[in-house]
Design a protein around this ligand. Sequence first.
Ligand code: XMP
Length: 304
Amino acid sequence: MVNVEKFVEKAIQEIKDQVGDGKAIIALSGGVDSSVCTVLAHRAIGDRLIPVFVDTGLMRAGEPERVREIFGNMNLRFIDARDEFFEALKGVTDPEEKRKVIGELFVRVFERVAEEVKADYLIQGTIYPDIIESQGGIKSHHNVGGFPTHYRFKGVIEPLRELYKDEVREVARYLGLPEEISERMPFPGPGLAVRVVGEVTPEKVEVVRKATQIVEEELRDTPKWQAFAALIGKATGVKGDIRVYGYVISVRAVESRDGMTADPLNLDYEKLRRIALRITGEIPEVVRVVYDITPKPPATIEYE
Ligand code: XMP
């Protein structure tokens, strides 16, 4: 990027000009794009920006709490929608159906807040690659041109529409956002739900959340695109001399340039052993840990 300082100044001015003395709303996920937009918009219009964080119950360990801490000085709406999401996901096993259920419920929860606060503008963290992908017809991007809501906004503002991801990270650093946000690994919109194969339950999500935390801790200093855990099924194991039927956790750690293709990391065997011992030792419901050595293609990075 040519000049971060200039970009920030211009973006703030643009938001001020567009919103005027109205109100704007943004779906804040804690990802780098929505976080940067939130800080820019807050600097532009202060408390007339309403950042909305929806706790779907599908986030990683500590994420909702960190969002509350980092953005707590703003007019933040923190919506606990965990029960609603788990209820909606009951009995859903098809991966596409799962994504659809989560996406639609998210929009419904978000538009409830938009209506309640009578928001005039929608601010979105759409970045340049999102626009290119949707224009080229590669995939329709939920991020482009506004959510498919019933709520009528006066307009949609996309301050990051000309930036690439690494430029957004640069702006995040410049704005003083913590490293856990500026350098955050990609995390899918549907969250941990796409890391539970089959039906999503609170118990399975809790297991995968704990396992992910262990994988992230153990691979903190390993260069990578993504590293996480997925719950892929059940199998027999032995715990304390009795045979138990417990969960199987798959560890996924890949390098990639853009997420379109990926290669598993050639991890040290002792490191893998330690991860397996920690996961089975610290999470009683898990009896088996495997390491996924499949590149993309043919496998995707996520499991669903
Ligand atoms: P796959 O699993 O398709 O993932 O190989 C490629 C990259 O995209 C991320 N991903 C998502 N990101 N919403 C997102 O914002 C989604 O629904 C989604 N699904 C996958 C994934 O984490 C990987 O980096």
